[in-house]
Ligand binder design. Sequence first.
Ligand code: SIN
Length: 483
Amino acid sequence: MTRGALDEPDLLLNKAYVAGRWIAGDGAPIAVDDPFTLAQFGEIPDVGATGTQAAIDAAEAAFPEWARRPVKERCAILRRWSELILRHKEDLARIITRENGKALKEARAEVDYGNGFIEFYAEYSAHDLGEIIPAPVPGRRLLVEKEPVGVCVAITPWNFPLAMLTRKVGPALAAGCTMVAKPAELTPLTALAFAKLGEEAGVPKGVFSVVTGHSKAIGGAMTASEVVRKLSFTGSTPVGAMLAEACAPTIKRLSLELGGNAPLLVFDDADLDTAIETAMIAKFRNAGQSCVAANRIYVQKGIEDRFLKALAAKIGAMKAGDGLDEANDVGPLIDERAIKKVDEHREDALSHGGELLAGGASPGGRLAQPTLVGHVAPDALLTREETFGPLAGVIGFATVEDGVRLANDTPFGLAAYLCSEDPKTIARVGRDLESGIVGINTGLISTPTAPFGGVKMSGLGREGSHHGLAEYQNLKYLCHAGI
Ligand code: SIN
């Protein structure tokens, strides 16, 4: 049997989905590699600026009818889409693992998480209401209506090929917007399979397109377009800044989910088991390749030794290998650069007095061993740059104030975590952390029903929940006189 063979082979596509048609590009196709075998797994066309413009034109043409449809009808299509995602969960998980490398159990979890956004907006959006504001003078009625912002574009990353897309598509389509999405070149096949299921669910032609190929031409066409009214991007802060600049002349609305560098603070009064579980999830979910990964683990001196011992045992028991092998916890990382970065951060931490307590050097290929370095210096590279890999660095601290100061000493503010059993510490630290999301005694913070997004250089806007729907709506104030 072929490696990771699909029950429904038709879900593996080598064409882009533009204006309701499956199209090839003009230029040479782009190979999509399996990060474990390093062999080609699939290929995609490069549709370039021309294909992107065709998708934007189709989204513009489809918008008036889609926007005017009763929200219940839009939601019914999303519900069918969600059912199809769940029906094809195993195939989608295999595609995710083949192109991204993550362990199959994590890929399955991503399908559930990603589907959660389609499901949530299918259920919630029909209940979203407008407003009537009390009139300041007699004879008037002040109404606030919510309108879809129009044609939207999404640029999504490789680390969660399904979930980062669905949390944009779900609210956009539910709100009545149309959308053109560009998945990462490294992981476009999940997005195409998702589009195929959308076609089957009855998403009308042009309402949703997936353009594949090189970022520069596609991103350029998207940002330059006057038709496109909103861009939603998940990725690095420098790319987010470039996109914001490119969108400025046409004053597009922006949602930017950018870099993280999340701290985890473990206080002396934390429950040890809870702290270890929090660290394991916050650090190792998706092999550490997440914007909300705990990049810096600060542990108060009174619990540090016990914490390091228990964490070393857990990390030492983790298995890295082929993501398709059910026994593995961590699959290969996405590319060579990712491995190099983990190696660089580990060596830097060790050369500044850190102590290797589990794992060690990367074994070859794209595999990185889950690794723990204790007693890391507070200015080590891994405290300043996102490692984006399975390397946990633990830094000691003395007082609660020291911990909060270290945690906030970053230009980023997406997620932060704290472990404590003291309600006063939880309340004070939860308040003082400069972060859009705070996990308290848990590393599992992401859910479609809560607002996800950052402060400082971690981005703009929120995804998920009713706040995520509002990102795709304009408020129209109607001032009705003479009544
Ligand atoms: C991300 O890594 O960008 C998102 C992770 C999540 O949604 O939990």
